[in-house]
Design a protein around this ligand. Structure first.
Ligand code: ATP
Ligand code: FE
Ligand code: MG
Length: 343
């Protein structure tokens, strides 16, 4: 059984094909980073235009890579939300066009469910499972008791981890996207500045990164007024130490409190070397299986949407021809809906 998936929620036009739920047959990603770089972030209108130009090419490339035609495909999955509405619409309409033309079932997928399911390409899930989702727009701890069910036990109250990375990078005048740049600098620096750790109330699994971001900006501002200069690599290392300590400590505590069998990390910030190292250290002595995806599966791709879509398809989720882009799609509600509409 083959499922084809389309992802266009942000600045990557991506199409992938999986066989039997979790064997990758094709994975094509057309990145637009170069076009957005000079603006220091993703420009929604430019993203939509690129998706329009790239979607057909990407689709054909994926079919070629898998050596298949659309007639061989059993179902079409697409990222329905969250994301940029104009960007999502390109993928949703492409998926609807293909599904309608070939009369194939259509499945809408939640982007974050996709980030989590990227890990299933590497290893089978074991429940209960805890996922730390750290991306450009999300920072969440998600408990899964079975396939397709998501309980958000903690989330950021302000900025996402990736967003904090990108904003601090901008302050340091590093090119977009800043996360990987700071990560690289941090390897060369040391923690000379003691930035705050946002633990929040006792027992809370929530996160907050805007205070840390302001602390970095203030520290640099005050220093330059006093004629003091911090090395960018030391600022990066100090900032990263704060982010990584809070993320990994809360993840470890939640994993223990909920007695999970597996912890999986997902989203673009899962590529962070400091975070990977600290999590590995924390879970080394425990019985819990820690899964961190390979770098190419951390950032946006359609393979992850295909794997999450295959599960939704197996569970009977079907979208109607009225499927629409849903920029604010809620993860728990997405998991709770079954057999909504058939065609
Ligand atoms: P979302 O998935 O929440 O909708 P998104 O799709 O834009 O947002 P991703 O593509 O998953 O997010 O991840 C991009 C983010 O990951 C960016 O903020 C980027 O700076 C960050 N990132 C990528 N690599 C690293 C790294 N090595 N260290 C820290 N952050 C990183
Ligand atoms: Fe993403
Ligand atoms: Mg992206």
């Amino acid at each position: 059984q083959y499922l084809l998936a389309i992802e266009t929620s942000c600045d990557e036009t991506a199409v992938a094909i999986v066989k039997n739920e979790r064997e990758l047959a094709a994975n094509v990603v057309a990145s637009q980073i170069e076009s957005h770089k000079r603006f220091g972030g993703v420009v929604p209108e430019i993203a939509s235009r690129h998706h329009i130009e790239q979607i057909t090419i990407t689709l054909e490339e994926a079919l070629t890579e898998a050596n298949l035609t659309l007639d061989d495909i059993d179902a079409i999955a697409v990222t329905e939300g969250p994301g940029l509405v104009g960007a999502l619409l390109i993928g949703v309409n492409a998926a609807k066009a293909v599904a309608y033309a070939k009369q194939k079932p259509l499945v809408g997928v939640h982007h974050i469910a996709g980030h989590i399911y990227a890990n299933r390409l590497e290893k089978e899930f074991e429940f209960p499972l805890l996922s730390l989702v750290v991306s450009g727009g999300h920072t969440e701890l998600i408990l899964m008791k079975e396939h397709g069910s998501f309980e958000v036990i903690g989330e950021t109250r302000d900025d996402a981890a990736g967003e904090a990375y990108d904003k601090v990078a901008r302050t340091l005048k590093l090119p977009y996207p800043g996360g990987p740049q700071i990560d690289q600098l941090a390897q060369k620096g040391s923690e000379v500045i003691d930035f705050p750790r946002a633990w929040l109330e006792k027992g809370s699994y929530d996160f907050s990164f805007s205070g840390l971001k302001s602390a970095v900006i203030n520290k640099l501002h005050n220093a330059s007024q006093k004629g003091v200069e911090y090395k960018p690599e030391d600022v990066a290392a100090s900032f990263q130490a704060s982010v990584v300590e809070v993320l990994s400590t809360k993840t470890y505590k939640a994993a223990m409190d909920y007695g999970v069998k597996q912890v999986i990390v997902a989203g673009g910030v899962a590529a962070n070397r400091g975070l990977r190292a600290m999590l590995e250290e924390k879970f080394a002595g425990s019985e819990i299986d820690l899964m961190i995806p390979p770098l190419h599966l951390c950032t946006d791709n359609a393979a992850m949407i295909a794997v999450a879509g295959a599960v939704a398809y197996q569970q009977g989720h079907r979208a109607g021809w009225d499927l629409n882009a849903n920029p604010g799609l809620d993860l728990e509600q997405y998991g709770a809906r079954k057999n909504e509409s058939f065609h």
